[in-house]
Each structure stands twice: as structure tokens, then as C-alpha cells.
Design a protein around this ligand. Structure first.
Ligand code: NAD
Ligand code: MG
Length: 410
């Protein structure tokens, strides 16, 4: 027999039918990733029939009108709004549909804990930590778009995944690409993993120009359409710093095996280099519906509405080293990854506060690295546990208070 003609059985791949019957919960359905996930599900239903990818629960933070609209269209069993004041409005909007309604932080965590086969974690920020852990504890497939929870609580996540045996499939495009390239094998023989960075909207800007950057300019990403917070992170390159720490925890790779290269076209998402001199890459059009579809169907492949890659139209792929002087957030994040301990937790919390302050017009763009760095300096020496949820949440809360103070009077 031709050894290359491996059959599906050789790889023990599941049949397509049970994959399409997977029950999905979406945490953060009204955000950029959440909406894209719903469009992937709608596409699967068009292609494979109306029973494909039934939805157990949708949750959102405060955008109750969009949540109602989504629930009426996709028919989950449960819809949850984070903001408790909006429960009456949610109930009213779902009246007569038979869809359960709930509200509050605990209800979001309960939604993650309800029986389902795949949980998409698309809540923004460290607010995803507890819902994501509730999903992981069930030992199911967790499609993890949120990166902040891994950065803030890496050791806690690693322990929880080991305990429950959950399959965590990264959705962040670079990490999804690494996951695909590794093909399920561990990262043992890997010499280096390189994440690509588009460079963001300020790729070619001077520091002086960035000092006066407006919110509108910062959220105008050249290749991806994303939520406001991650768009600002992409402009400061903090996003790439967070992603290095995310990769460090998800693939258990030491900091010296991780690197970043700027690649303005966002076509190559990662490079995985091996000890024998081989480098494997993952390519796709920059469209989050590709990694979302991959994570929902893994280890099978199903049809996605995502854009296809047309290399002839792209023409040229270019690469160069990032500039840590113009983008201090990348340098700060690298230092935190190397320092370990609570530094990544503090980094993430301070950045969330600083980005919020920037988005609200209270500080300038270059105050973001200042607030983060000052918070790290002040928080240094704090010694709560990195392996317990309480320790992490404590350090996260302390950093938020410090960063709030640093964001005043800027
Ligand atoms: P977004 O701001 O567009 O959406 C966030 C979602 O989370 C919304 O549904 C919001 O209602 C909900 N939410 C926010 N705070 C909440 C809270 N406290 N409790 C409950 N729900 C809450 O964000 P996004 O761009 O979709 O990103 C989501 C996550 O995915 C982020 O962690 C981001 O880093 C990651 N990610 C996004 C992209 C992208 O292309 N957008 C790419 C890679 C990774
Ligand atoms: Mg990414």
C-alpha cells in the first residue's frame, strides 16, 4: 500500500456528522470575534443543513439589543447579559421565543459551565479568566480567542487544562497557525517559533507623530477589523508582546525560542523552525473566520465563509525586524515574559487600564507604555501566588488600582 495514501481511519479522524452536531456556546457573541463566529455557524447551516452547529448559549457584556437580535436569529437555549441592569430588557426582547434569559457575572460563568461540546471564549480582557476556566473544567473543546486570560493566568490555565484534559484550540490567528503547523505534536523538537506582526497603523510613524495619535487613528488597523482594545494593542505592538506570552504558555516554549517579525501583508501568520533547518509556515488571507472555523471543527475541516488567499493578487510578501525603540510596549512585554512570576499579570492589567484611559481620551497614546512601566515598577515585589486563581485575581486587582492612579493627571 502507498504509505502516503493514509486513510481517514489511520489518523482516527471523527466522521463529519458528529462534528457538525457539536453544540456551541459563544462567550462574547456581540464582539468582533463573536459576530464572526456566528457568521461561520450561519454559513455551516447553509452548506450542511439547518441542524449544523446548534447553539447552547450566547453571552454579552452590555450590548443587549444586538444580543436579542442574535438570539432571535440563531436560537440558543440561553442568552446572558453581563450587566444585571439589562435583564428586564433582555427578557422583554426574548418574550415568546422560549429562550432562557439571565444576567450578571455569575450567570456568564454558569453559561460556560452548561453542557456543550465547544466553547468559544471571545470575551475581551481578563474578565474572561473565570468563564474560560469554567469551560476548561468540563474537559471539552475550548476555542480560545481571548489572549489576556492566558497572559494573566498562564500557570493556572496550564494546570486546569492538564487536570481536565480539555482540548484548547487557539483562535488568535498566529497561535492557531502554530497549532496547525505543529499538527498536534508537542513543541519538543522546535528550535524557534516566530509570530508575524502586521506592524499596525503606526508601523512607519515616528515617535513624535505617535505622541499626538488620536483614538480614530489608533483603531484604524490596515489589515484586520477588530474590537477597540485589541486594535489599540496592535497599534502599540503590545498585542504582539501579549501574543509572545500567550505562545509561551500555550505551547510551553521558553522565551528564547520565541520571536516576532514584522510582515505588513498579514498573509504568513507564523514560522515554525526545526533543529534540522526546516521552517514551516501557515498562510491565509487575514480573516479571523478561518481560525474560528478551524477551531470549531478541529480536527476536521469544514467550509468557511472566509476570504481565500490569492497570492498573485498580493504580489509581494515582505518581512523585517520590529523596532523596540519606537514600540516600547513590545520591549516591556518581552521583559515581563522573561521575568515570569506575576509580571505578565501586572502587565496585562495595567495595559487594560491604560488602553481604556486612552480610548476615553484621558491619556495620550505614548502614555500607555508609561502607565504600564510605572505600574510594573510599583507592583514589583508583590508576592501573591502565580499558581492560584486567588493570587492572580489579587495581583490583577492591585495592578488596576496602581495603573488607574498612573493614568490620572497625565
Ligand atoms: P470586542 O470588544 O469586539 O468584543 C468583546 C466581547 O466581550 C463583547 O461581546 C462584549 O460584550 C463582551 N464582554 C466585554 N467585557 C465583558 C465582561 N466584563 N463580561 C462579559 N462579557 C464581556 O473584542 P474582540 O475584538 O472580539 O476580541 C475578543 C477577544 O479575542 C480579545 O481577548 C482579543 O484579544 C481576542 N482576539 C481578537 C481578534 C480580533 O480579530 N478581533 C483576534 C485575535 C484575538
Ligand atoms: Mg493575533
Amino acid at each position: 500500500m502507498n504509505a502516503l495514501a493514509a486513510t481517514r481511519k489511520d489518523f482516527d479522524l471523527p466522521e463529519l456528522e458528529p462534528v457538525l452536531a457539536r453544540r456551541v456556546t459563544i462567550l462574547g457573541s456581540t464582539g468582533s470575534i463573536g459576530v464572526s463566529t456566528l457568521s461561520v455557524i450561519a454559513h455551516a447551516r447553509e452548506i450542511y443543513g439547518p441542524h449544523a452547529l446548534p447553539v447552547e448559549a450566547l453571552t454579552a457584556g452590555s450590548n443587549v439589543d444586538v444580543l436579542i437580535e442574535q438570539a432571535r436569529a440563531i436560537r440558543p437555549k440561553l442568552a446572558v447579559i453581563g450587566d444585571e441592569k439589562l435583564l428586564a430588557r433582555l427578557k422583554e426582547g426574548l418574550a415568546g421565543t422560549g429562550i432562557e434569559a439571565a444576567a450578571g457575572r455569575a450567570a456568564v460563568i454558569d453559561a460556560a459551565a452548561r453542557p456543550s461540546d465547544v466553547v468559544m471564549v471571545a470575551i475581551m480582557g481578563a474578565a474572561a479568566i473565570e468563564p474560560a476556566l469554567a469551560a476548561i473544567a468540563r474537559g471539552v473543546t475550548v476555542a480560545l480567542a481571548n489572549k489576556e486570560c492566558v497572559v494573566a493566568a498562564g500557570a493556572v490555565f496550564r494546570d486546569a487544562i492538564m487536570r481536565s484534559g480539555a482540548s484548547v484550540i487557539p483562535v488568535d490567528s498566529e497561535h492557531n497557525a502554530v497549532f496547525q503547523v505543529l499538527g498536534g505534536s508537542d513543541a519538543q523538537d522546535v528550535e524557534r517559533v516566530t509570530l508575524t506582526a502586521s506592524g499596525g497603523p503606526f508601523r512607519d510613524w515616528t515617535t513624535e507623530r505617535m505622541r499626538a495619535a488620536t483614538v480614530k487613528e489608533a483603531v484604524a488597523h490596515p489589515n484586520w477589523s477588530m474590537g477597540a482594545k485589541i486594535s489599540v494593542d496592535s497599534a502599540s505592538l503590545m498585542n504582539k508582546g501579549l501574543e509572545l506570552i500567550e505562545a509561551h504558555f500555550l505551547f510551553a516554549l521558553p522565551p528564547d525560542k520565541l520571536g516576532v517579525i514584522v510582515h505588513p501583508q498579514s498573509v504568513v501568520h507564523c514560522l515554525v523552525s526545526y533543529a534540522d533547518g526546516s521552517t514551516l509556515a501557515h498562510l491565509s488571507a487575514p480573516d479571523m473566520r478561518t481560525p474560528i472555523t478551524h477551531a470549531l471543527a478541529w480536527p476536521r475541516r469544514i467550509a468557511s465563509p472566509s476570504r481565500r488567499l490569492d497570492l498573485a493578487a498580493v504580489g509581494q510578501l515582505t518581512f523585517y525586524a520590529p523596532d523596540q525603540e519606537r514600540f516600547p510596549c513590545l520591549r516591556i512585554a518581552l521583559d515581563c515574559m522573561r521575568a515570569g512570576g506575576l509580571a505578565p499579570t501586572t502587565l496585562n492589567a495595567a495595559n487594560e487600564i491604560a488602553v481604556e484611559a486612552f480610548l476615553q481620551g484621558r491619556i495620550g497614546f505614548l502614555d500607555i507604555p508609561r502607565v504600564v512601566e510605572q505600574t510594573l515598577d510599583k507592583a514589583a515585589g508583590g508576592n501573591s501566588e502565580t499558581h492560584t486563581l486567588e493570587g492572580i485575581l489579587g495581583a490583577d486587582a492591585r495592578a488596576r488600582v496602581l495603573a488607574g492612579e498612573m493614568s490620572k493627571g497625565a
